[in-house]
Design a protein around this ligand. Structure first.
Ligand SMILES: Nc1ncnc2c1ncn2[C@@H]1O[C@H](COP(=O)(O)OP(=O)(O)OP(=O)(O)O)[C@@H](O)[C@H]1O
Length: 309
């Protein structure tokens, strides 16, 4: 579990992170989203004690990261995949890390297997492809078998096979009960990998919710329902706070309530349905809608499109 409370970070006049409070629970993949410069890397660095908060605090497993004597056993992180001595072999790099953290050599072989690098383990890291470098960074994160894992843009530059491998690995790590915190700008990938989302803009929290609720709360999401009892169902839905628009003699377009709730309301009121379908915006569309006003860097055309009418 990662918990941030009132976390803020200033660099001179720049407020990189602004009174941010969120939790990242175990057993799930939590995606960390925000436009360029919104404070994701700064937040991740504060979680790892690489930057000190200006105000507020963040804990991992109930303690600040810097409070752990052997932090590799508590948190594994992939922040900069290329921050490795290029002249060393992958095996030597991992053995050095293991040695300085009191981890045995057998564990090095285990993580080499887990990330698929055993066959190239004695090659110089300097000659590694981007994908191999990412795998090595992930091997290092896994070395201490930690309950909390953080990955900053882990699929950057990976081929489809590598992307699928990382997605499967992250889901498996969460299924084992670990806390997995992941930043990525690839919305389609995030939609497939994450259970929950923490979304920030200009250093502030914009949303903290399940992926399903995040997508479902978009203005473009709606439920279409067809019934011969159109007006009766419309009245029942309106009484529940939903917005209802008639689309034809027997069809309603409903927003503000889930498809399951519409079906249940019809069932208990003995209204037969001919159609019940849910139309959801994509994660990307919902994300663009939410963050449109907090994007700092974009082209003139995109700025015009995002401006309120
Ligand atoms: N060491 C630093 N000194 C000064 N300003 C910094 C420093 N690190 C980050 N910033 C500023 O803080 C803000 C947040 O940056 P950060 O790198 O955390 O954003 P990000 O969400 O990770 O961006 P990206 O998606 O582009 O990686 C930016 O305005 C950035 O310029």
């Amino acid at each position: 579990m990662i918990e941030a409370i009132g976390l803020s970070k200033r660099y001179g006049d720049t407020v990189a992170v602004d009174d941010l409070s969120f939790t990242v629970p175990p057993g799930q993949v939590t995606g960390f989203l925000g436009p360029n410069g919104s404070g994701k890397s700064t937040t991740m660095r504060m979680i790892l004690g690489l930057d000190a908060p200006t105000t507020g605090s963040v804990t991992v497993g109930g303690r600040p990261y810097t409070g752990y004597r052997r932090p590799l056993f508590e948190v594994g992180a992939l922040l900069e995949a290329r921050a490795v001595h290029g002249g060393r072999s992958a095996r030597d790099h991992l053995r050095c890390l293991a040695l300085s953290n009191g981890i045995g050599r057998a564990r090095v072989e285990q993580v080499l297997d887990q990330v698929g690098l055993r066959a190239v383990a004695d090659r110089r890291v300097g000659g590694f492809s981007l994908g191999m470098g990412q795998r090595l960074g992930i091997a290092a994160a896994l070395l201490g078998d930690p309950p909390v894992l953080m990955f900053d843009e882990p699929v950057n530059g990976l081929d489809p096979e590598g992307v699928l491998w990382i997605r499967t690995l992250l889901r498996a790590l969460a299924a084992e009960g670990r806390t997995v915190f992941l930043s990525s700008h690839l919305m389609s990938e995030m939609a497939l990998t994450a259970d929950r989302l923490v979304v920030i803009g200009r250093g502030r929290l914009l949303a903290q919710t399940s992926v399903a609720d995040f997508v479902g709360s978009g203005t473009g999401s709606f439920v279409r329902v067809r019934t011969s009892g159109r007006d009766a169902l419309a009245a029942l839905l309106t009484a529940q706070g939903a917005s209802v628009v008639a689309e034809g003699p027997d069809t309603l377009k409903v927003t503000g309530v889930s498809g399951d709730a519409v079906g249940e309301l019809a069932r208990v009121n003995h209204l037969g349905l001919q159609e019940l379908s849910t139309h959801q915006v994509s994660l990307e569309e919902r994300y663009m809608e939410l963050t449109a006003q907090t994007v700092d860097y974009r082209t003139a055309d995109a700025a015009l499109a995002a401006a309120p009418n």
